[in-house]
Design a protein around this ligand. Sequence first.
Ligand SMILES: *Cc1c(COP(=O)(O)O)cnc(C)c1O
Length: 363
Amino acid sequence: MKKVHNFSAGPAILPVDVIKEATQGAIEFNNSGMSILEVSHRGTDFINVMEEARALVKEFMGFGSGYQTLFLGGGASTQFAMVPSNLLQAGKPAAYVNTGVWASKAIKEAKMLGDVNVIASSEDKKFSYVPKGYAVPKDASYLHLTSNNTIYGTQMHSFPESSVPVVCDMSSDIFSRKMDFSKFDLIYAGAQKNIGAAGATVVVVKEDILGKTGRKMFSMLDYAVHIKGESMYNTPPVFSVYVCMLTLKWLKKNGGLAWIEKINDEKAKTMYDEIDRNILFTGTCAKEDRSKMNACFLLTKPELEETFNKMWKDAGISGIKGHRDVGGYRASLYNALPLESVKVLVDVMKEFEKKYADSKVTA
Ligand SMILES: *Cc1c(COP(=O)(O)O)cnc(C)c1O
């Protein structure tokens, strides 16, 4: 198979070893004579996969008892509805920080169920920075944050103090760095960006924040139902959970969050140093808020777009076209992307500058 340098924003690159092991499991799982795709989710073999995945998530977060981990279907987008269903109390508005498209979608869903207070927003500057210095209301049901703004390329490098439960959508930067997870009461993340294959969404919830709304809920939207069912109330996304378990094991074996953070820092520095140095490119976000997962940049001479596109495609690079809302380019630097791939992209950018920096007309 011809390997490309995969900078896709999600579903995204996975470690080669994980793909190999998952492929083996799809052919024959645990010497069972069956594929992982055809075993019962109630059998011991799969229960062990689920339990290992749940345990690894808690281990990376440093959580003990009192927290529950779930692998649910429906994507992070279903969490936009589950969070207010389970946490939004009458007379206590939910506080949201609007940092982009995903946060806006979360706000839209919460508004269906009750009062929402958007306490800070960066919409005034096209979500190109992270709002800071706002106060979190003490009477809020919860505070909702989005740690990494996948589309516009900003990331929260610090988190506000809050006396109310903090919910965080970490879909696009979960386990990319060391952090104090104890600041959060509910964390959710779609698997397809940093920890596995599309289909599963990891949810970690501090149990004592649940059960306070008095709201009747559909069983599938009720965290308590999924907790009681040990993340198997219904058939979980079996293969996706398996790939998550393998990816989490890969992360742990290699040195965990400290190890990956160092690599991710180096990748981001390599990328942004070139964006800032190269006269043919410009970054789109406030420097102090730049995402280490999704680097967004524009051409300073847009007429050279086709020329640049051909160059990176010829170098075996895939997936750097920017989101349609931002245009330009977005290099997603998720955990499984090697530094090597970033260097290939940077070399293409250097070569491009050398050839076309002085061109006055379309090349
Ligand atoms: C991709 C993404 C989502 C949506 O995830 P789905 O699994 O497609 O529902 C939500 N939030 C953030 C921050 C994302 O990056």
